[in-house]
Each structure stands twice: as C-alpha cells, then as structure tokens.
Design a protein around this ligand. Structure first.
Ligand SMILES: NC(=O)c1ccc[n+]([C@@H]2O[C@H](COP(=O)([O-])OP(=O)(O)OC[C@H]3O[C@@H](n4cnc5c(N)ncnc54)[C@H](OP(=O)(O)O)[C@@H]3O)[C@@H](O)[C@H]2O)c1
Length: 282
C-alpha cells in the first residue's frame, strides 16, 4: 500500500488531502502542531477507511521537530511514496506592523520546512526511483503582497527547479498554486474577507482533487480552475508596476473598504423593498 506524509493536516487543504488519499487506499503520516486534533482526525479517518494512520505532532518552524519529520521521510522500511508540504499560515498586517520574530517563524514554516523535507524525501525517493513531492504554494507568489507572497514565490521557483533536477529519476515535483480557498486560513490570520465576491472562492475538495490528479501526471505547476489559471497568466505577463499597484497593502485595504460599502448599500436597498419594513402610519 502506498503511504503519504501530509503536513498541516488538521484543517483546510491538508485535512482534505488526508481524506482523499485515505479514500484511494493510502496509508498516512499526519503532521501538524495540534496533537489533540491530530488524534481526532486520525481516529475519524480510521473509522471510515481501512488504512494505517500515524501522527507526528510537530511545529515545523522548530528545527529539532522538523528534523524528526525529515528522519521519518527517510525510513527505509515504512516508506513514504508521496510528500505533501502543505502547512502554512498568513500574518495580519503590514511588514512593519509585525515583529521580526513572527516573520522569521513564518518563513521557517513556509520555506525552510519545504526545503528540508523535500531534500530528505527526494534523496530517499530517487534511490527507489519512485515517489512524488507536492508543495502547496499560492498564486499570491506572482504578486507583491508582502513576505507571504515572497515566500510562496520561492516555493514555486524551488519546486520548478526541483522538478527539472528530478527528470528521469522516476520522482516528480509539483507546485500547487491555489487562489482563494475556503479553509481556516483567513480566520486564523484574523483577515477580514468581508465583501470578497463569492465567485473568487474555491472549495477545498475541488482544489485537492485537481492537485492530486496533476501530481499523478507529474505536472509541474497545478493551478485549479480556469478563472485562476487565467488570473495566473495575467499576473505573469502584466507589467510589474501594475501588479505592484494592484497588490499593495493600500490597494487591498481600499478594495476591501469599497467592497464592504457596496454590500452594505445592497443590503439597505433590499431592506427598503421589503413590504414589512414600510412604515404605513406615517
Ligand atoms: N486558503 C487559501 O485561500 C490559500 C490560498 C493559497 C495557498 N494556501 C496555502 O495552503 C496551505 C494550507 O492552508 P489552508 O488554507 O488549508 O489553511 P488552514 O486551514 O489554516 O490549515 C493550515 C494547516 O497548517 C498547519 N500548520 C500551520 N503552521 C504550522 C507549523 N508551524 N507546523 C506544522 N503545521 C502547521 C495547521 O495545523 P496546526 O495549527 O494544528 O499546526 C493546519 O493544519 C498553506 O500553505 C497556505 O499558504 C491557502
């Protein structure tokens, strides 16, 4: 039976990866910080699917914990066939509003962990001439939206380069570049997404299904949905000053204020049309 190691598997995309992989007969190694939640997830999956589920609690921004996960990836007996580097989070606020230690911790999770785990997995997989690595990046990596975007840009370029280096070895590397997905991501970062048009949101099951199909084909860049593939192409070819202007914190703040105002106006127009709200006595 094939086995997958998924980081960030207690919620959102990682949790969905775990369920879909268990559903297709993969044993799992689940990595996240919240040990109670990991236990609960593993029990729920085992109740439904006939697969083995190990849990490996770890904060990937801590070098010692990260090393334990890297060692698990090199186990010659209980081998890992698919590594999914998915764990990640955003930070609310501008670069200067956030303490430098928090930036460093985020970079260690988004980049260093991906580097270390990909290294351990790829070396081991190449010896067996079999395996796949899926790194969850983001379309934000094509923008200039702060250190998060810069880290995701690194993940995409790193994965593209790894894919080329692995050519002909039987091992593949894929970067997943989602747009906005309904997960705990924005709530955890206390980011208000009020007023964001519904059409911009993707659902985790769809994103994960597409990503797993692309990984199985060895596709290097996986961008689920036509609208986000188009947006991705636009951000790659658009003049950089335009991208900078469109994704600067100021633009984003203005966009959100306008969106909230519009939805408030729409709501009050709807309210005025409601017959039970008419004041007949005046
Ligand atoms: N949602 C979106 O719109 C979107 C768009 C593009 C890309 N992405 C990327 O997709 C990936 C998954 O995010 P999501 O949207 O599914 O968010 P989510 O629901 O908040 O899930 C994030 C997962 O990462 C784990 N995690 C966070 N920091 C960790 C650390 N230091 N060590 C170990 N585990 C850690 C969390 O679990 P614990 O708290 O238990 O550790 C959780 O399981 C991230 O890399 C994110 O950047 C998301």
């Amino acid at each position: 039976m094939a086995r997958a190691l998924v980081t960030g598997s207690t919620s959102g995309l990682g949790l969905e990866f775990a369920w879909q992989l268990a559903g297709t007969g993969h044993d799992l190694v689940l990595v996240s910080r919240d040990e109670d939640r990991l236990h609960a997830v593993s029990e729920q999956i085992r109740d439904v699917h006939d697969v083995r589920v190990e849990i490996l609690p770890a904060d990937l921004s801590e070098r010692e914990r990260l090393e334990r996960v890297a060692v698990r990836l090199t186990d010659p007996v209980d081998r890992i066939d698919l590594l999914i580097n998915n764990a990640g989070y955003g930070l609310r606020g501008g670069f200067l509003d956030i303490g430098v230690e928090d930036h460093e911790k985020q970079m260690d999770t988004l980049m260093k962990a991906v580097l270390v785990l990909s290294h351990a997995a790829a070396r081991t997989m190449v010896q067996r001439r079999r395996g796949a690595i899926l790194n969850v990046s983001s379309l934000a990596g094509y923008t200039t939206a702060g250190p998060y975007a810069a880290s995701k840009s690194w993940v995409t370029v790193f994965t593209e380069s790894l894919a080329m280096e692995l050519k002909g070895t039987g091992v593949t590397a894929t970067a997943l570049l989602p747009g906005f997905v309904q997960t705990e991501f924005h709530e955890r970062a206390a980011m208000s997404m009020d007023g964001m048009p519904r059409v911009t949101w993707l659902k985790a099951p769809f994103v994960v299904e597409q990503a797993l199909k692309d990984t199985a084909k060895g596709t290097v860049l996986s961008i689920p949905s036509v609208k986000y593939r188009t947006a991705g192409e636009f951000s790659r070819i658009a003049p950089r000053p335009l991208i900078r202007a469109m994704t600067s914190p100021n633009w984003y703040r203005r966009f959100q204020q306008r969106a909230v105002l519009q939805s408030q106006r729409k709501a009050s127009r709807r309210a005025l049309r409601a017959p039970w709200q008419r004041d007949d006595e005046t």
